[in-house]
Design a protein around this ligand. Structure first.
Ligand code: GDG
Length: 472
């Protein structure tokens, strides 16, 4: 029987060493939820790094067995590999370049060599598991070379690839010494998916300009195969948020928060620590709101959650300092004995508390400089079962294509951001409800399960078509 093999940098589990031994906890990310329905069924399996260093062969065996029982297979990476392939090429070269932050990108041949070697390591791990009839679905920018490596080993395999971050314009990609290799690597897939048509068009343009391949109706003709490309905007597990929103525990948290904040209105900001998310720009806009609209002082607080992330990469540590300083300065300038302009948390919240924060917020401020999709915007919408609340959304997040009922802003336009905040805080309730209801219809319908289904169906279909073409 054929099966599906999901491949991503990280497995959907967190493994920790404790005094009692190894501890395995499922991770909560959107991808884990969406693909959970696939990899845990039939004989399917998820291949990836378990998130800790395991050098000892006996311990590797234990980890492998534990994971196997949960439909997962590990790729063990060394500290050097994580430094050069993950923190190096993936997060210091590809991440900044694909988000248009070329000033932060490093071009280091050792990192590139490690990236190639680790992609090969993943290839070997997948080939050890995959039969000729199996479907392989590769995820994201850490594994751009993997589809082509798999294709070379298994010319007939069914291979899908999905990119979770933006695909940049050709002008950005050509800055990379390895741009053409990366595009060639992706073309090993039968179907390549992006969050938006914009990213897809950039990819097609890179394919034609860098590799000179012909493109017809969104299909790429390589000398040996046809590669399909399409947009699949990723969704969330809508029902999970909707159900949590109605649960007593979320209600209880929300009540406690409301009591602590008294009747102050709440503007919510939630992100991983990342320079792509526009956190500093958001703080400056909030400061301007207090300066230009003094009527909001003591009436509104910015509740800002920054989740620690990638702190081994230098630019992230510098950003953390910048945010700390800005928050300190704004709070020192405007606070009163009974009011804090910014409630700043540098940590993550458990799921129930996160949903309570979404429900509590009058306004969600989601203003990335660049973002592949942005799931926080969709989670806020799903949690608002009472339909009160306003989403301010960056036009440069993939989610803006679908969420046209948000207040769409340019995140570097401080004036526009300040006026959007003022407008959101003044928006009449009936307008809030109309906008929220429209967005809810859309986010509910295209949830993460629909996303998975659409991609897998299209992949199966593309393969059938190729098969018919080669047998005729
Ligand atoms: C990449 C792309 C694309 C955040 N704080 C807490 C918490 N979170 C969860 C959110 C959300 C997730 O983290 C963040 O997802 P995003 O989509 O917003 O951003 P990235 O991490 O950058 O993800 C992005 C995504 O991949 C999927 O393709 O949308 O564009 O960059 O789910 O809920 N979760 C909990 N506590 C927190 O404090 N429990």
């Amino acid at each position: 029987m054929s099966r599906t093999i999901i491949v991503s940098n990280r497995l959907p589990t967190k493994v920790h060493r404790t005094a009692e031994g190894l501890d395995f906890q499922p991770s909560e990310g959107g991808l884990a939820t969406g693909l959970g329905s696939i990899y845990r069924s039939d004989n399917n399996v998820w291949v990836g790094w378990p998130g800790l260093f395991v050098d000892d062969p006996t311990e590797q065996h234990t980890v492998t067995e534990r994971l196997r029982a949960n439909s997962m297979a590990p790729v063990f990476l060394t500290e050097d590999e994580i430094r050069d392939y993950y923190e190096g090429f993936s997060n210091s070269t590809l991440w900044p370049t694909f988000h248009y932050f070329t000033q932060f990108a490093t071009y280091n041949d050792e990192h590139w060599q490690a990236y190639v070697a680790v992609n090969e390591k993943f290839c070997a791990a997948v080939l050890a598991l995959a039969g000729p009839e199996d479907t392989i679905w590769v995820q994201d920018y850490q594994l751009l070379l993997l589809p082509e490596m798999l294709r070379r080993a298994r010319p007939q395999a069914t291979i899908g690839f999905f990119l979770h971050i933006p695909f940049p314009s050709y002008e950005l990609l050509r800055v990379l010494p390895w741009g053409a290799d990366l595009v060639r690597g992706m073309l090993g897939a039968d179907l390549i998916g992006f969050h938006t048509y914009g990213y897809m068009r950039h990819f097609l343009s890179a394919v034609s300009r860098m590799l000179g391949l012909s493109i017809q109706n969104g299909q790429i003709e390589t000398p040996t195969r046809t590669v399909l490309v399409d947009a699949f905007p990723m969704g969330i597990d809508y029902q999970r948020y909707e159900l949590a929103a109605a649960s007593p525990v979320v209600e209880e948290h929300q009540r406690a928060y409301r009591e602590a904040l008294r009747d102050v209105r709440v503007v919510l900001s939630i992100d991983r620590l990342d320079y792509t998310k526009g956190i500093a720009q958001r703080l400056l806009a909030f400061e301007q709101l207090l300066l230009r609209h003094p009527e909001w002082r003591e009436q509104v607080s910015l509740l800002m959650v920054v989740v620690p992330s990638r702190d081994q990469v230098a630019h992230y540590a510098a950003l953390k300092e910048e945010i700390d300083e800005l928050v300190g300065r704004i709070n020192a300038q405007y606070r009163t004995i009974s009011w804090n302009p910014i409630q700043y948390f540098y940590r993550s919240f458990p799921f129930d508390e996160l949903v309570s924060l979404y429900r509590l917020a009058d306004v969600a401020l989601v203003t990335p400089i660049r973002d592949g999709m942005n799931l926080v915007a969709k989670e806020f919408i799903a949690s608002k079962t009472h339909q009160r609340g306003v989403l301010i959304l960056s036009e440069r997040a993939g989610a803006a294509v679908e969420l046209s009922d948000a207040l769409l802003i340019n995140p570097t336009n401080t004036n526009q951001l300040v006026e959007a905040l003022n407008e959101a805080l003044l928006m009449p309730e009936d307008e809030q409800i109309t906008r929220m209801a429209n967005m809810q219809d859309l986010v509910r319908q295209y949830d993460v399960f629909a996303w998975t289904r659409l991609f897998m169906d299209r992949l199966a279909h593309s393969k059938e078509k190729q098969h018919t073409m080669t047998t005729n």
